[in-house]
Design a protein around this ligand. Structure first.
Ligand code: ADP
Ligand code: F6P
Length: 324
């Protein structure tokens, strides 16, 4: 029988994502309801190593469900990738009586959680990243807000691109993953969508596409380029020289990570945060929460990290043929 959890810690790590606050709120309030104390750890694993640890009550998470970013702050911490850093982190958890830890972040943060669990701290990972690149889950907290923010921005660029009869290359975030590019590409009706997973950056094809589309009467040409391919500015210069069509690059950047979370992000983050608290209180440990096949589920952290994810083939195919 697992030892009953008395205190749960919660931290956010890696790139922030809209909905992280809703997840923190749910972890805190569900844990308190379960009769467990909660401590918030500021600035991710860096804050853990610096012992930036605060008590959290129901009122500590008032008025945050609608706010972007994370009230706990986040950081990337190189020291935590070392054995010494991980041992120190586990010792600090024990010193503060934290016997269960909820880590909200991407798969890098999960690796930190996995390391802590090897050092005897019970951990649960929650998928918090705009990139949608965690293999065990169809949904990650922040993706929905980020794609909606990007989609609206791209609509605006499209307006001016049409008026000026230009080609626009718009670069969206996603690190090495192309999910934001795929979703926006389809939702914004882009003529070309460039995804790192598909190695489909072929400049001559794009140039031919622009020339053919001009002949067929299209007034603009929208290219959604994933950050994992990058180089949008130099690409624009070369495409303009080859086609004679004025071409501009827009890199959307950090605006995609901010802003008030959508209803979907608030809802999923709330359910997932509660599940994390419940699972820890039930004595299950070293798990990650996911959403798969229409259900909220949990996986062993090792298994989750070993899973692979790719752009679904059918979705990729139609992304190539809708903007004829
Ligand atoms: P994300 O969680 O969004 O994928 P990162 O990959 O930047 O973001 O990881 C966030 C943090 O998680 C890192 O700064 C580091 O502190 C921790 N981390 C990442 N990889 C490892 C690892 N292999 N071992 C331990 N901690 C890690
Ligand atoms: O993981 C979220 C994300 O915004 C990626 O899309 C991007 O590659 C990265 O974080 C940028 O991180 P930083 O804040 O360190 O520039």
């Amino acid at each position: 029988m697992a030892k009953a959890i008395k205190t749960i810690g919660v931290l956010t790590s890696g790139g922030d994502a809209p909905g992280m606050n809703a997840a923190i709120r749910a972890v805190v309030r569900k844990s308190l309801t379960n009769g467990v104390k909660v401590k918030g750890i500021k600035r991710g694993y860096q804050g853990l190593l610096n012992e930036e640890i605060i008590d959290m009550e129901a009122r500590s998470v008032s008025d945050i469900i609608q706010r972007g970013g994370t009230i706990l702050g986040t950081a990337r911490c190189m020291e935590f990738k070392t054995e010494a850093g991980q041992q120190q982190g586990a010792d600090i958890c024990r010193k503060h009586g934290i016997d269960g830890l909820v880590v909200i972040g991407g798969d890098g943060s999960y690796m930190g959680a996995q390391a802590l669990s090897r050092h005897g701290i019970n951990t649960i990972g929650l998928p918090g990243t705009i990139d949608l690149d965690i293999a065990c889950t169809d949904y990650t907290i922040g993706f929905d807000t980020a794609v909606n923010t990007a989609m609206q921005a791209i609509d605006k660029v499209r307006d001016t691109s049409s008026s000026h009869e230009r080609c626009s290359i718009i670069e969206v975030m996603g690190r090495n993953a192309g999910y934001i590019a795929l979703w926006c590409g389809v939702a914004n009706g882009a003529e070309d969508i460039l995804l790192p997973e598909k190695y489909d950056y072929n400049e001559q094809n794009i140039i031919n596409n622009i020339i053919n589309n001009r002949k067929r009467g299209k007034t603009h040409h929208l290219i959604i380029n994933a950050e994992g391919i990058g180089h949008s500015t130099s690409m624009a210069r070369r495409i303009e020289a080859a086609t004679g069509v004025e071409t501009r690059a827009t890199i959307l950047g950090y605006m995609q990570r901010g802003g008030s979370p959508t209803c979907k992000d608030r809802y999923y983050a709330s359910i997932m945060g509660c599940l994390a608290a419940d699972i820890l209180c039930e004595g299950k440990t070293n798990r990650v929460i996911g959403y798969r096949g229409g259900k909220f589920v949990d996986f062993d952290i090792e298994e989750a990290l070993a899973m692979q994810k790719d752009i679904p083939e059918y979705e990729y195919k139609i992304s190539k043929l809708l903007a004829i």
